[in-house]
Design a protein. Sequence first.
Length: 148
Amino acid sequence: MQMALAAVSAGASIYSGVMQQRAYNAQAEQAKIQGRSQAIAYKQQGAMVLRNLNEFLASTIAVAGAGNVDPTSGSARVMQEFARAEAYAEYGTSLDNAVLAKEGAAVQAQIYRLGGRAAFLTGITNAAGTLGQGLQRSLSLQPGATAP
């Protein structure tokens, strides 16, 4: 009877470990999805920066042309070069952030998977300990056995 109860308890420990591992794996997948979503948002931000740059350059050229000023020289050119430099820096930052979001999510997913593996192994270890205790109790309750 003691061994049967120990076996049921051990099975519950293993099942608990498996369920915890599944939960951690689900969290890992969610982390990866979140990272991809953040990366897409950063890429969209970068595209918006380039769009705004194009609009600014077009308006600068139009205003310079309307005033009979050469848009490729003087202050018009300086403004365009400054806008380009700022936009390229911001665009590069957006792309870097996209990469960091995906990589960070991958690392977090791996941490969750390792946590799941540890939970599974803990379940196995607990099950082995429970079976060992059940065996010890079972043997100590048999007629003629001496208590430890």
